[in-house]
Design a protein around this ligand. Structure first.
Ligand SMILES: Cc1ncc(C[n+]2csc(CCOP(=O)(O)OP(=O)(O)O)c2C)c(N)n1
Length: 667
């Protein structure tokens, strides 16, 4: 498509401004300022730069566009509608922010085709985009640039760049030389409280340059300057920042350049003034035919590229093509996974011994990583502690983008956000490593993974006071409860090497759920016989050991390292003539999803229920009831060898017996 004249460009950009003003006004809520200010940037991107086909929003080799400043969602909805994405009609624009609409307050990836990621929590979009760019680079190395060759563009606001997460993201992107990542910074000097000078004096260009980026400043209302800067960025061997100086609410007579255009409708009078300033004469929600036609033509301009790509894929040897298609749709073949799980169990059966569950996870990865090329591992500088890099796994570097293990540095939040980006990009299943206590540092991104239904697997080791000497700063106490509180997230805490393998298989099989594997630092006995084809963790909880004789008087529920304590308590109770059963609960969420009948069978009808977990009680009442007894933590931990801590905090078989006996006596 030939470059637009300035007048054509302005009219197309004004279509975005008009739709944003009108939709926010009708909804009586939303942010008109950013879409009006960044309309020129979006128009250049969508009419001249982005490789997209609205007829196939999921085309694998499309450019990705991330609106990191999700509060400016009307910008994205406007361009999707104008460019011809069926997912956003004019009716959808009219029902902006209404229940069940495809135009929610902030962009949600699963709601609207054309939205690449859910944004709104500032900083997440740019950090997620880093993951998308990593995925592109890796897959291009793996499959050839004929098949994977696209850019990732981000529109980021002041808020995105103020968030600490952005620092982790840009440092990682600069280090990995993600040259196809291009960030357009909406440099409007305004945030909610007023001018950014109230709280910020960072020179963003210098900041990005120091992180290994190419960076420049341009007039964000000059389409030629925008297009030229993007063209330059496309040839850079570094990721690029283009700081686009813009005026928030461009065109509004009194609110342009002011925080007053933020977070509320402009009002009828201001809108009338803006229409006049912009020369926009159409009524609300009406786009003149010639402008809509120009947008639709621009939207369709990559159609031939997409068709050519499809031909190249069709021409691949059958086996290669099938594997590519499998990767694109994220299919984990059940038979391949079952075979891998069986292979891991064979190894465990051949060599049953005490193992930390983090070591058991490494053993599982030794089989899974070669079997599933889509697995990209990593760690936030705790590789040796998290056991996430099995022998032989190559490292991803700027020169070796095909490497499969990422040294994320001490950047847990950036790691979790980048993992979301890789999963959203497709073709990759990312897993990572850090300590469970630092799940707090990843939490906003894990929450988004759950909201978006993305398969990311967080290996989080050192999962309790069992880590010992590092003390209370490193000992998670409330983290299991806090993670279990996130809807849709699978939190696994396996009790031994066999359960660890089974939980890994469940995490990989869950195509639309994120998982956390909470794993021990300390050795655990192998409680399960490895010689079983059944994945007993699939139901979330199961009876590990029945009562030795007669109906159980006590049901002991436990997870992870405390299952062995429950097993020892069961023996002691038996010695006193009290029948007790042990239920392992590797995953609350799967247990709560199980059919009522199964759940009741697992819960059993013993009159006394005791739960053991070296963490806080919160959440356990759903299993043991408010009258159940809990043996766990009620405070932070302490610095000492693990066995001393278990004794000190009373998480021992003796204590479990004592609690069970007192409950029995009170019946
Ligand atoms: C993590 C996070 N904190 C706070 C908010 C609430 N919020 C929405 S927009 C915004 C700031 C807007 O300023 P800026 O990023 O410069 O956007 P612009 O003013 O250009 O629209 C804030 C604080 C948020 N969305 N995310």
């Amino acid at each position: 498509m030939p470059p637009l004249t300035r007048a054509e460009h302005d009219r197309m950009a004004n279509a975005i401004r008009a739709l944003a003003m009108d939709a926010v006004e009708k909804a009586k809520s939303g942010h008109p300022g950013l879409p009006m200010g960044a309309a020129d940037i979006a128009t250049v991107l969508f009419t001249r730069v982005l490789k997209l086909d609205p007829a196939d929003p999921h085309w694998f080799d499309r450019d990705r566009f991330v609106l990191s400043a999700g509060h400016g969602s009307m910008l994205l909805y406007s361009v999707l509608y104008l460019a011809g994405f069926a997912s956003v009609s004019i009716e959808d624009i009219k029902s902006f922010r209404q229940l069940g609409s495809r135009t929610p307050g902030h962009p949600e990836v699963e709601m609207t085709e054309g939205v690449e990621t859910t944004t709104g929590p500032l900083g997440q979009g740019i950090a997620t985009a880093v993951g998308m760019a990593i995925a592109e680079r890796h897959l291009a190395a793996e499959h050839s640039a004929d098949i994977v060759d696209h850019h990732t563009y981000v529109l980021a606001s002041d808020g995105d760049l103020m968030e600490g997460l952005s620092q982790e993201a840009i440092a990682l992107a600069g280090h990995l030389k993600l040259a196809k990542l291009i960030v357009l910074y909406d440099d409007n000097h305004i945030s909610i409280d007023g001018p950014t000078s109230l709280s910020d004096s960072v020179d963003q260009v210098k900041r990005f340059e120091s992180a290994g980026w190419a960076a420049c400043r341009i007039d964000g209302h000059d389409p030629e300057a925008i297009a030229t800067a993007i063209a330059t960025a496309q040839t850079s061997d570094k990721p690029s920042l283009i700081a686009c100086r813009t005026t928030i609410a461009f065109g509004a007579p009194t609110k342009a350049g002011s925080e007053k255009s933020h977070g509320s409708p402009l009002g009828a009078e201001e809108i009338a003034g803006a229409r006049k300033n912009l020369g926009w004469t159409s009524p609300p929600f009406v786009i003149p035919d010639d402008i809509l036609a120009a947008w639709r033509t621009a939207g369709a301009r990559s159609r031939d590229l997409r068709a050519a790509w499809s031909k190249r894929v069709a021409a691949l040897p059958a086996e290669k093509r099938a594997e590519l298609e499998r990767r694109i749709c994220g299919e984990v073949p059940a038979d391949r996974l079952a075979a891998a799980l069986a292979a891991i169990k064979d190894r465990l059966a051949a060599d049953p011994k005490d193992r930390a569950s983090r070591a058991a996870s490494e053993l599982a990865l030794e089989v899974l990583v070669p079997a599933f090329p889509e697995l990209i591992g990593g760690s936030a500088d705790l590789t040796g502690s998290n056991n996430t890099r099995p022998k032989g796994m190559s490292v991803m570097t700027p020169d070796e983008p095909g490497g499969r293990f990422i040294h994320y540095g001490i950047r847990e939040h950036g790691m979790a956000a980048a993992m979301n980006g890789m999963a959203l990009h497709g073709g990759i299943i990312p897993y990572s490593g850090t300590f469970l206590v630092f799940s707090d540092y990843c939490r906003p991104s894990i929450r988004l993974a759950a909201l978006m239904g993305q398969r990311v697997v967080h290996v989080m080791t050192h999962d309790s006071i069992g880590l010992g000497e590092d003390g209370p700063t490193h000992q998670p106490v409330e983290h299991l409860a806090a993670l279990r509180a996130i809807p849709h997230l699978q939190v696994f805490r396996p009790c031994d090497a066999v359960e660890t393998a089974e939980c890994w298989a469940l995490a990989l099989a869950a195509a639309h759920r994120p998982s956390v594997l909470a794993l021990s630092r300390q050795n655990l006995p192998q409680l399960r016989d490895a010689k079983t084809d059944q994945n007993r963790c699939a139901g979330g909880a199961y009876e590990l050991l029945p009562a030795e004789s007669g109906p159980a008087r006590v049901s002991l529920f436990a997870t992870g390292s405390e299952v062995a304590i429950a097993v020892a308590a069961r023996k002691r109770l038996a010695e006193r003539g009290i029948a007790a059963r042990v239920v392992s609960v590797p995953c609350f969420e799967l247990f709560f999803d199980a059919p009522e009948e199964t759940r009741q069978a697992v819960l059993g009808d013993a009159p006394v229920r005791v739960a053991v977990e070296a963490a806080i009680r919160q959440g356990w009442d759903a299993i043991i009831g408010s009258h159940g007894a809990f043996v766990g933590m009620t405070s932070f931990g302490a610095s000492a060898p693990a066995p001393d801590l278990y004794r000190h905090f009373g998480i021992t078989p003796e204590r479990v017996v004592e609690v069970a006996l007192s409950k029995l006596q009170a019946l």
